[in-house]
Ligand binder design. Sequence first.
Ligand code: SF4
Length: 216
Amino acid sequence: MSEKFKPPPFNYCDYRCERCDEQEKCRVFKDDQERLLEHYRKGEDPYDPEIFMNDLKEIFSRTEKMIKKAAQEHGIDLDDVGDEEVPEVEPEEYLIYRLAYKYFEEANAFIKTLDKSGIPENIKQYYDDLVWYHTLIAAKSGRLVSGFIDDLLDDEVSAVEEKGTVSVIRKGIRLSKNALESMLSEFPDHLHTIASLMELLKQIESQIEIDIRQKI
Ligand code: SF4
């Protein structure tokens, strides 16, 4: 099954399209580029809130049609929802999520402090990485642990899903560590905070090695 299951690139990406090598193969990227182009052709601003909301509605309606079509092809009756209770996910039970969320909170406080003092141009790129991945690591860790009780997916598909999610978390950790190291020389007064964030990232990394399913 896993051999047949080739997830599209956007399943496990970090949504930083401008840096992504998969643009050519990515339907999400292509659709978005076409959407932007179409608005520019019409002389519209695609980032105008009204236009953007209309686009979102259209995307949702297209997604709904795709889900219905896929369900029909697989003989699934979407109106026939069983009484079976879906188990509740408690991400906080898992050590990896706890660490990722703690990292998110500490990094978020640090980012707010830096925001107030201004970001020097030479470390802007590292600051952007720090901002981007501090939410992504927590969000993907939440997604990871939610998958542990997801009985809807085939075991082998779940394993591919899990591997993909872990690889995005690892990428986020790697780039966040690099960003923090690079920012250190610019912010020596924040040595203690940066060291604490680095330590948390290392702990998340170790937890991936030890056991991603370990509970508190
Ligand atoms: S192009 Fe963008 S959406 Fe597609 S895989 Fe790359 S980062 Fe993800």
